[in-house]
Design a protein around this ligand. Sequence first.
Ligand SMILES: [Zn+2]
Length: 490
Amino acid sequence: METCGNPRSIFQFLVVVGITLSFLCNLPTTHAEPSTSRNDTKKENGPPQKLLIIMLDGFRWDYYDRQKEELPGFSEFLSKGVQAQWLEPSFPSNSYACWTTISTGVYPEVHGILDNFMFDQQFQAVFDFKNETSVSIEHWWQNVEPIWITATRHGRKALLHRWSSCDVPFDGLEPETCMSYYQHLNQSIEEGYSDTEEADLDAFRIAFQGLQLDYDIIMVYVESIDKFGHAYGPDSPELMEAVRHVDNALSLLLQEIKNAGLENNVNTVIIGDHGSTFVGQGSGTKIVQLSDYINASQVYKIVGKGAVVGIVPYAQTKKKVYQSLKGGVGFDTYLREEIPENFHYKKSKLVPEILLVAQPNYLILRLGDGEKQIPDDEPPAMKQRFKHFIPDGIHGYSNMTDMRTIFFAKGPAFKEGVAHPPIEMVDLYQIFTHLLDIPSNPNNGSWPRVSNMFSSALPTKTVSNLWIITTITFSTLFIISLNFNSIFIQ
Ligand SMILES: [Zn+2]
């Protein structure tokens, strides 16, 4: 019998303690307490790097490359940064679903914001992105923590400008400063302007102000490119002009950052939420009229329009409605359980019982106005501007080249002048937490898909590798110690 005083026992004891510690020290943290070590880091390693995220709504993956000679701001940015070949949006490629994937790193079936329009049967609640009250209800937003709350939880100061849902508390927490999209819209109307371009310039101005103050993460939203894409189409001169305007604002911001001596302290990430495809006159886009297949009396609700439409039938009409739609021309019809796994969509409890997904070159029209349709009416401006209420550019489609968007990044944490393979929208959250040097919550991102864009080794993301290395090392030592023991006994 060996005693505690035996050197081999001590060695084994230490190895077991080592293995235990390696587990305990490296368990992934989902709800870590606010970091207390940040100020120490500040003293030892100089000021922490700030993170600036600029979201350009509807900036298609090829908008820069096709007119780069006219875009000196983006060119300067990318000459010193990383350009992913494209950023693949989650499904459906519509703003609210994508924004929430960007901010949480999980697919819509996990975060639960499935589209710009939703219907919760249990609570008979409507989510309509054009209705401020409906999107501000906390109910929709409590599944997964957004990046600004993760940052706040870890003691980072967050500033969000025109960023949707930043005003909705999560787990009782709110970012330091938030001006939500609707708060900004209401304020700009009160102040007598609602011009999109002016609002864009505001976003770049606020971004620079935030960098000068003691914010750690600044997230600003820029809308004009999506608006022009819808109104005039992705290939229109008007859209290209809008991109030049944003380029000009970016040039000014880069200059200001340089003048203020902040260049080496800021990591800037420029992303889009989706692309746009031309569906206007001459595009050959065909219209799907739902009235060719079903009538309003057969369904309880019809959710959305365009590329993706949800149908909520009555229990007694479900089979008939499904059979009438299945095999329809220009769209795929799925029962909830038939929705393809790779949409990462069907597991949410808010998925309607029947889902219609338009094929490329097709567009699904509403069944009509009225309370069964969500939204229940087209906005008057839409009616005025567009024949059949169809804009010239739309998005929402699955797996279509035109839906891809951008990922551009620059700063001390990134390599310089690098063309990077495509990344996915679920990858962004872990990039943000890495840049803020805080732990990630569980997410659907792939670290190997993004790890090569960084200029240096990563303290937060190497946790899992560290876990593997330390565990393997101590396990090996443990096995060796057992062998020593058995040799000794023999
Ligand atoms: Zn849009």
